[in-house]
Design a protein around this ligand. Structure first.
Ligand SMILES: [Ca+2]
Length: 144
């Protein structure tokens, strides 16, 4: 990724593009790293499977492709479908835990985005343990 980014920057430099254009490209490429981090998270949480239910040592369970925890992020009676962070952090998501194990991952993604926006990727142990330093293209599936 770094090689790609620096090659791209050299190309831009040789074309004498504007500073703004260089910044825009850099921003896009850093977003790609963010994409890799998201894929890394899913790889290490569920290995890309939507129907996985994991049991934790404290008895809570993790559901689906993002392994949403039953103590915090699913099946919360007062949970929210909004992105108001105090509500997400306090009440989690209202979606039932089993709704995170079907093949329609749209509600899973909506909840995961709210959690990420309110608490960061560090809310997931899979990300903390494996993905915080992801820089490169090991999760680049664009050629698959
Ligand atoms: Ca679902």
């Amino acid at each position: 990724m770094r090689e790609l980014a620096s090659k791209r920057m050299r190309e831009l430099a040789s074309k004498r593009v504007s500073v703004q254009e260089s910044a825009r490209v850099s921003e896009q490429e850093s977003m790609s790293v963010s994409e890799y981090k998201r894929l890394c998270l899913v790889k290490h949480e569920s290995n890309y499977r939507y129907d996985v239910v994991g049991t934790n040592s404290n008895g809570s369970k993790d559901y689906g492709i993002f392994q949403m925890n039953s103590n915090y992020f699913c099946g919360r009676p007062s949970g929210t479908s909004s992105s108001t962070c105090w509500r997400v952090n306090t009440y989690g998501c209202a979606d039932s835990c089993t709704s995170f194990t079907n093949s329609d991952i749209s509600n899973d993604a909506n909840c995961a985005v709210r959690v990420k926006n309110c608490g960061g990727f560090g809310k997931w142990y899979g990300w903390r343990n494996h993905c915080s330093n992801v820089q490169g293209s090991e999760y680049d599936y664009s050629t698959c």
